[in-house]
Design a protein around this ligand. Sequence first.
Ligand SMILES: C[S@@+](CC[C@H](N)C(=O)[O-])C[C@H]1O[C@@H](n2cnc3c(N)ncnc32)[C@H](O)[C@@H]1O
Length: 204
Amino acid sequence: MPLLIPTGKNTVMDSSLAYEQHAQSYLRERDKSPVGTRIVDQWGRSLRDGARVLELACGGGLPITRTLQEVGLQLWALDSSPTLAAEFQKRFPNIPMQCAKVQNSDFFNQRYEGVVAIGLVFLLTEPDQSDLINRVAGILEPGGRFLFTAPIETGTWRDMNTGIECRSLGQQRYRKLLQNAGLTVTKTYADVGKNNYYDVVNTR
Ligand SMILES: C[S@@+](CC[C@H](N)C(=O)[O-])C[C@H]1O[C@@H](n2cnc3c(N)ncnc32)[C@H](O)[C@@H]1O
């Protein structure tokens, strides 16, 4: 997914609008893709059974939410696309779900043992990425875990689902932002699609 291709002229479009516009084509492709399931399954199993986990940008819930559910976590979820959120609610009627942007969500006003953000962080502007890291730190229990995808490299590329510009702040900057928020990267992983995952713990 995140091949680092220079984008030339910027496409200025909010990621939430872009995904809403491409929701049906995105669902068609993602529903049948297993990318990320092995890592999410392993991460989920490393939390206690029944741990409280918030999934940011859950999309239609396949395959990531289903994997998190199958390993026995207690889930809350949010996504900004009304079409994807409606599909999610049909598929997972027992998971509390908000249709909201991460920038505006109250994250259900509670704390979590885990937060997951697959395919989200690099869709946001740099200030929004930094702000999100701080807000995630604020809702994680001590020792709580944050799993998110973003490249190791710094750069921009076009999102293959929507064509909008994505930006990776790069490993050094992510580690620094996380550290300033009281979070520490314990491991990184790569999946079959060559996406990089940061496995992070709240060390405060
Ligand atoms: C690449 S998809 C990943 C979906 C899901 N995590 C998965 O791996 O299948 C990106 C998702 O982010 C959502 N999204 C984009 N911008 C968002 C924002 N500002 N707040 C919340 N969700 C957002 C989109 O609607 C879409 O579902």
